[in-house]
Design a protein around this ligand. Structure first.
Ligand code: ADP
Ligand code: MG
Length: 263
C-alpha cells in the first residue's frame, strides 16, 4: 500500500518536472524465440520521442514491425532490450500491477478489428474503461453518452457490435479509446478494414481530436496516403526507422452534407 502511494507521488513528480515528451523509446529491440537455438529479432533498435499534441504516423509495409512497436508503446508487450518511458515513467522499472493502471489511464487504443465486446451495447463498451478507472455508474453513463455523441453514434448507442457497420463499430471504439481522457491514442491500422469513404470519416475524427482537443495521436498504417495527412511521418522498414519527415498539412474536409452521404 505504502509502495503504491509512493508510486503515485513519483508519477506526479515526474509528470510535473518533465518537458513535453510523452513517449520516449531508446534503442528498443524486440526478439521472439522461434525454437532453440533461434532467436528472431523483429525490432533492431528503435529511437523515438513523441511530444504532447503531436499527430504522428508510423508507416511501413506489412511485416515491418509496426504492430510489434505499437504493442510496446502501448505497454501491451515488453521490449527485449532498450528503454521505454511514458510520461517520464520508466516502464521497465514499473511494478507489473501498475502497468494495467498506466495503460488504462494514459493510453486509448484503436485496432483494425475494433475489439469491441460482443453482445454488449455501444454505451457499455464505452463505459468499460471507466469502470476500471473507478468512476461511478452515473459519471460513466454521462461521459459515455457524451463521447458517443462526439462520434455521431447517439442514435445507435443501445446497439450491440453485431448490429453495427464497420465504420460505426470503429466510431464506438474511438469513443471508448477516449473514455479516460488518455494522453495518447494509439491506432493500429484503424481504417484497414473499412472502405475508403468510411475510412475517411474515421480519419476526420482523428483530425478533430488532434486539432480541437489537442490529443496526441499515433497512427500506425501501411498506407502512404493516410500517413501523408499527418504532420510527422516516421517510416519503418524491417524493424528499423529508415526516415522521418515533418510537414505542414492542409486538408480539405468534406462538408457535413457530404459526410452524411458517406455514413
Ligand atoms: P506489421 O504490423 O508491420 O505488419 P508485425 O509487427 O505484426 O508487423 O510483425 C513484424 C514481424 O514480426 C513479422 O515478420 C511477424 O511475422 C513477426 N512476428 C510478430 N509476432 C511474432 C511472434 N509472436 N513470434 C514470431 N514472430 C512474430
Ligand atoms: Mg500490424
Amino acid at each position: 500500500m505504502q509502495f503504491l502511494m509512493l508510486w503515485e507521488q513519483m508519477e506526479v513528480f515526474t509528470m510535473s518536472n518533465n518537458n513535453d515528451v510523452l513517449l520516449s523509446a531508446r534503442n528498443i529491440r524486440k526478439s521472439y524465440y522461434i525454437g532453440t537455438p533461434n532467436e528472431l529479432e523483429i525490432l533492431h533498435g528503435i529511437d523515438l520521442d513523441i511530444r504532447k499534441g503531436e499527430f504522428v504516423s508510423i508507416v511501413g509495409q506489412s511485416g515491418s514491425g509496426k504492430s510489434t512497436l505499437m504493442n510496446i508503446l502501448g505497454i501491451l508487450d515488453r521490449q527485449t532490450a532498450g528503454e521505454y518511458s511514458l510520461n517520464g515513467i520508466d516502464i521497465s522499472n514499473a511494478p507489473a500491477k501498475e502497468l494495467a493502471k498506466l495503460r488504462n489511464r494514459h493510453i486509448g487504443f484503436v485496432f483494425q478489428t475494433y475489439n469491441l465486446i460482443a453482445r454488449t451495447d455501444a454505451l457499455s463498451n464505452v463505459e468499460m474503461p471507466m469502470l476500471y478507472a473507478g468512476l461511478s455508474p452515473k459519471e460513466r453513463r454521462a461521459r459515455a453518452e457524451e463521447l458517443l455523441e462526439m462520434v455521431g453514434m447517439t442514435e445507435r448507442m443501445h446497439h450491440t457490435p453485431d448490429e453495427l457497420s464497420g465504420g460505426q463499430k470503429q466510431r464506438v471504439a474511438i469513443a471508448r479509446a477516449m473514455a479516460n481522457n488518455p494522453d495518447i491514442i494509439l491506432a493500429d491500422e484503424p481504417t484497414g478494414a473499412l472502405d475508403s469513404g468510411t475510412g475517411r470519416m474515421v480519419m476526420d475524427i482523428f483530425h478533430d481530436l488532434h486539432e480541437k482537443q489537442g490529443k496526441t495521436i499515433v497512427l500506425i498504417t501501411h498506407s502512404n496516403e493516410l500517413a501523408a495527412e499527418t504532420p510527422r511521418i516516421i517510416t519503418i522498414s524491417d524493424g528499423n526507422i529508415i526516415s522521418e519527415k515533418t510537414q505542414e498539412i492542409k486538408i480539405i474536409r468534406p462538408t457535413a452534407e457530404e459526410r452524411k452521404e458517406i455514413c
